[in-house]
Design a protein around this ligand. Structure first.
Ligand SMILES: C[S@@+](CC[C@H](N)C(=O)[O-])C[C@H]1O[C@@H](n2cnc3c(N)ncnc32)[C@H](O)[C@@H]1O
Length: 256
């Protein structure tokens, strides 16, 4: 069977260990948690400047496109400083319907959110919520930090009610060589320079360099989609905006 005709694989690790940052997969989790903790106070400002999550407007539109509507309850996984979380609150009009989960206590401590939003320490692989307790799971720009995508997607499936929706936002490499070279130049050159000027933490440029390296090394979109389907999601699809902003979506089947 040629590589092209091979079915997409179930993805466990989102990328192989990037050994210039940590020795192995076991060390990766502590490294990621540590660097987000130490750069948390700068995250929102630098993210706004580089706008590669393309800002509040994109996040809100992506949630709406994904099917988030009033009356739903949502958990935002990898909530960080709450950039997706706060757009969910705006759409739902109900802070008490929104929960943010993140492994970094410092990222959560730097979140500026309306009173009523619950913030919990946890991870995509271990969400501190009961089975079938939310209608919508969002995860923005944290896919590349998860240890095991298959475990995380089963966890998303577990906490969703029947007919619930998962929406994963991530930056993915453009298909063409020129687009890829342009994004790489921006991420390798411009973004670390912005981080050097705008951030107080000396580690922010390193985090931004790691950002690109994980995008480059990430498993292909077809593997993310097949891993969602393997976890039990139906109607799995991916939409791409401007060639780099991927939105993966799936629904939990209705209970019969
Ligand atoms: C690039 S920030 C994204 C924050 C926010 N969602 C946004 O849209 O800006 C990535 C976040 O993922 C978190 N993270 C790292 N490992 C994770 C895991 N295994 N599960 C969930 N979140 C994780 C980090 O602590 C960090 O807050």
């Amino acid at each position: 069977m040629s590589p092209e005709s091979r079915p997409p694989e179930i993805a466990h690790a989102p990328h192989p260990p990037l050994t210039r940052y940590f020795a192995d997969e076991a060390a990766r989790r502590a490294w990621v948690r540590g660097i987000f903790n130490r750069t948390a106070a700068d995250y929102t400002r630098v993210e706004r400047l580089m706008a590669l999550g393309s800002g509040a407007r994109y996040r809100r539109h992506a949630l709406a496109r994904g099917g988030l509507v009033r009356g739903m309850q949502l958990v935002d996984v990898g909530a960080g400083t709450g950039l997706v979380t706060r757009e969910a609150v705006a759409l739902l009009g109900a802070p008490q319907a929104v929960i943010g989960v993140d492994p970094s206590p410092a990222m959560l401590a730097n979140a500026v959110l309306p009173a009523g939003v619950r913030l919990l320490e946890g991870s995509a692989e271990r969400i501190p919520l009961p089975d079938a307790s939310v209608d919508f799971v969002s995860m923005g720009y944290a896919l590349r930090h998860v240890s095991d995508l298959a475990v995380a997607f089963r966890e998303f499936f577990r906490v969703l009610r029947p007919s619930g929706i998962v929406l994963i936002l991530e930056v993915t490499r453009p298909a063409g060589r020129i687009g890829n070279a342009l994004l790489k130049a921006y991420m390798r050159g411009v973004v670390p320079a912005i981080a050097r000027v705008a951030a107080r933490s000396s580690e922010m440029p390193l985090l931004m360099r790691y950002y690109w390296d994980t995008i480059e090394a990430c498993v292909p979109p077809a593997s993310v989609a097949s891993t969602l389907a393997h976890a039990g999601f139906r109607n799995v699809g991916r939409t791409v905006t401007l060639g780099i902003f991927s939105e993966y979506r799936g629904t939990k089947p209705r209970a019969d």
